[in-house]
Design a protein around this ligand. Structure first.
Ligand SMILES: *Cc1c(COP(=O)(O)O)cnc(C)c1O
Length: 341
């Protein structure tokens, strides 16, 4: 099929229809065959557990087209492990990792014409999700599940250049509980964060920097992204059981170590923000989104991170290095890419 007429650099992170999605259903104790569908709809029972009690988990990963025209999917084995972990967290049936990998490859291949060209800054976003479909009004786990993967092209995250944005600390909201579901990628965590996120946006901030929900003393994460900072040349990022283990953060920690930086995953207090020279929100969508200033709404304290209004040198290098691996420009020394044949 033909390459679609798309202005790749202008694509947003909304919804964009592509050719096919793939689906697989768990029923009678086993996963069925992989089905390809051209429908954008699901036909599910109104009493499905996902709709009432949030038995839903999802993933987000990307495929990139290289200079060699080959398509590479970044770290799909990590996403396979993580969605199975999220499923176990909600007592859902975990999708076997091999099934996940096979379905990702199949859906990317079937929609190859939507993988943006090399150099456009755009990529193919892959969205796997699993839902409980058993009709069940009593609160308990479903016995049937559907796993779906759809894809869509997304434009470059930084449409106006790689620039810092400001974020805020708001103690009025938590997105997760101390021993809750924060470590899993589930819809419920997002539902709990939409109001705070909207309030932050209305005040001109790009995200909320959540504190640990138990003591409100340590940094947790930045809405749907992990928080990282550079302090005296050391890469620091919160250790917390209420944050989602970001695959981007994990990759950047490895790249930082490869660059000779010391990496610390530990508690970071709010006060420590006064001593950091760089900070960023990291995740699949942006890789690294540099942070200019962090305003503590409750105390009125402002932590100015990017004093000259520019992203710091370490953040910038980490950002470029990770993208160079994803695009196939730099050697994939850690074996992170899966080539789609
Ligand atoms: C998905 C997600 C991230 C980022 O994870 P990546 O694997 O790097 O994309 C961070 N925090 C939360 C809460 C998330 O849901």
């Amino acid at each position: 099929m033909e390459t679609p007429e798309i202005d790749w650099s202008k694509l947003s992170f909304g919804y964009f229809p592509t050719d096919v999605n793939v689906r697989c259903t768990f029923k009678d104790g086993k996963w069925g065959p992989i089905e390809e569908s051209t429908s954008e709809y699901l036909n599910i029972h109104m009493a499905a557990t996902s709709l009432h009690y949030g038995q839903e988990c999802f993933e987000g990963l990307k495929a990139f087209r290289g200079k060699d025209d080959k398509i590479r999917v970044f770290r799909l084995e990590e996403n396979a492990r993580r969605i199975a972990d999220s499923a176990r967290g909600l007592l859902m049936e975990p999708v076997p990792e091999e099934l996940f990998a096979e379905m990702v490859k199949r859906v990317v291949k079937a929609n190859a014409r939507f993988v943006p060209p090399y150099g456009s800054g755009a990529s193919l976003y892959i969205r796997p999700l699993e839902i409980g479909i058993t009709p069940q009004v009593g609160v308990k786990a479903a016995t049937e599940y559907t796993f779906i993967i759809f894809v869509q092209p997304v434009g470059p995250y930084f449409k106006n250049g790689f620039k810092p944005t400001n974020i805020c600390i708001m103690r009025e909201y938590d997105r997760v509980a101390p021993k809750g579901t924060g470590r899993w990628k589930v819809g419920g965590n997002y539902a709990a964060s939409i109001a705070a996120g909207q309030r932050a946006h209305d005040m001109g901030y790009s995200a909320v920097l959540y504190l640990d929900p138990k003591e409100k003393k340590y940094l947790d994460e930045c809405g749907p992204a992990n928080f990282i900072a550079i302090k005296n040349g050391v890469y620091i990022t919160p250790a917390s059981e209420s944050i989602l283990p970001s695959i981007t953060n994990k990759s950047l920690m490895q790249i930082a170590a490869d660059m000779g930086l010391k990496v610390e995953q530990r508690h970071i207090t709010v006060d420590e923000l006064a001593e950091v020279s760089e900070a960023a929100a990291v995740g699949t969508a942006a890789v690294a989104s540099p942070i200019g200033e962090i305003d503590d709404i409750d105390t009125g304290k402002k932590y100015v991170i990017a004093r000259d209004g520019q992203p710091g040198p370490v953040t910038t290098e980490l950002y470029h290095r990770l993208q160079a691996i994803q695009n196939g420009d730099d050697p994939d020394t850690h074996g992170w890419n899966t080539l789609i044949e």
